[in-house]
Every structure is written in structure tokens, then in C-alpha cells.
Design a protein. Structure first.
Length: 218
């Protein structure tokens, strides 16, 4: 079995060691390096090319946000999961805009972090469930039915409606019931949305909407 190679970036030694012990109880995860600040995190990513880097935000010197920007600018292939104490929208949106693929809170159960690592490693995006609610709040705050925005992003008005319901966590059956259309029609709309936005899952579609201001300025 190929293991998922992980680097942990956190300025607290006990946190890093605790995370390492938890993660390596899993047969498919291996912690290959640890960083205590952003500069070290970027360097270790360049040298070791991990699959995943767990990135704290508050670190001395170069912080986690700066490190994410540096990693993405350098086009390092490692995927970033933000592991933080911050549960406000400001940090969530900022890290997603910078290109982070996951966002998990430090007080989460270990199983949440492990799920995040596996999901992100497989090419998906992962936002902790209670943080997803923050995305939904923003969708509810700002209208998505602006015709100009629809045309600008290549989405039809109906696809914009479907996108909003996807962001609210609805499955195809629920969307079909809400919009009074068939599940097959919903599946077609979802496929078109993914194709037009160049995303592969529902979370990525919601994230794309925020990154590209479909849901208003963040």
C-alpha cells in the first residue's frame, strides 16, 4: 500500500508530536517531516514533495498564510490542509482563496483530520462540516441570481440555482424536489456546472464560487 506522505507545520513541538502519533496509527499515513515555521514548511515541501502539508496559521516569522501563498506561487504539488484554532469566515475564505484544499479545526476529533487527509489526497476538497455552514451563510447573504454573473461564468440561471443548493448541502434528490425537476435533469445540471467550472466535486464548486466572486466579494 502506498502511504500518504505528510508534513506537519506547527510552532508547538507537543502539537506536532501528538499529531504524528495519531496519524501514524493509520496504516496509510506517514509523517515524513515537521516544520516549526512557514519558511521551514516551504523548504521541506520543496525538498520532500509530500502529498499533504498540515499548516497552522499562527507561526513565528513566515506565518501559515504566507507559507501557503509561497507554496502555491512556487507551484509545489503538495496539497495544503489548514489545521487551526480559527473558526471565523475571514480565515476560512482567505486560505481557500490562496489555494488551500482543506480546512480543519484543531479541536476536531482525530477521525475528522484523517478523513480530511484521505479526501484531499484523493483530489477532493475538504471543509469541516461546521465550517461549511459559514459558506452557506455567505450564499444566503448574497444573491446568486445575477444574470450578468451567470453569463460571465458560463452558467445558466438554472445552473446558478443548482449551484446554490449544492452549496447548501443538498443531494440531487432534494434539489430535484426543490426546483420541481427530475433527478436526471439535476444530474445533467451538476455535470455541466462541474465541467464549466473545471471542478470535480460539490465542495470544490462552492469554493470556486467564492474564489471567483460568484457569491459576492469576500
Amino acid at each position: 500500500m502506498d502511504k500518504i506522505h505528510v508534513i506537519i507545520a506547527d510552532d508547538h513541538t507537543m502539537v506536532r508530536q501528538g499529531l504524528k502519533q495519531i496519524l501514524e496509527l493509520e496504516n496509510d499515513i506517514l509523517v515524513i517531516a515537521q516544520a516549526s515555521n512557514g519558511e521551514e514548511a516551504v523548504r521541506l515541501c520543496e525538498e520532500n514533495k509530500p502529498d499533504i502539508i498540515l499548516m497552522d496559521i499562527n507561526m513565528p516569522g513566515m506565518n501559515g498564510l504566507q507559507a501557503i501563498k509561497e507554496i502555491k506561487t512556487k507551484e509545489i504539488s503538495s496539497r495544503v490542509i489548514v489545521l487551526t484554532i480559527h473558526e471565523d469566515r475571514e480565515y476560512l475564505f482567505k486560505t481557500l482563496q490562496m489555494g488551500a484544499e482543506g480546512y480543519v479545526l484543531k479541536d476536531s476529533e482525530p477521525s475528522v483530520l484523517i478523513d480530511a487527509i484521505r479526501s484531499v489526497n484523493s483530489g477532493q476538497s475538504y471543509i469541516q462540516a461546521n465550517m461549511t455552514k459559514e459558506l452557506v451563510k455567505e450564499f444566503n447573504r448574497v444573491t446568486l441570481y445575477d444574470k450578468g454573473k451567470s453569463e460571465e461564468n458560463g452558467l445558466t440561471s438554472r445552473e446558478i440555482e443548482v449551484l446554490e443548493l449544492i452549496a447548501q448541502g443538498m443531494i440531487n434528490k432534494e434539489i430535484a424536489k426543490t426546483l420541481y425537476i427530475s433527478e436526471k435533469t439535476v444530474k445533467n445540471h451538476v455535470s455541466n456546472i462541474f465541467r464549466k467550472l473545471n471542478v470535480s466535486d460539490r465542495t470544490q464548486a462552492a469554493i470556486y464560487a467564492f474564489k471567483h466572486n460568484i457569491a459576492g466579494n469576500i
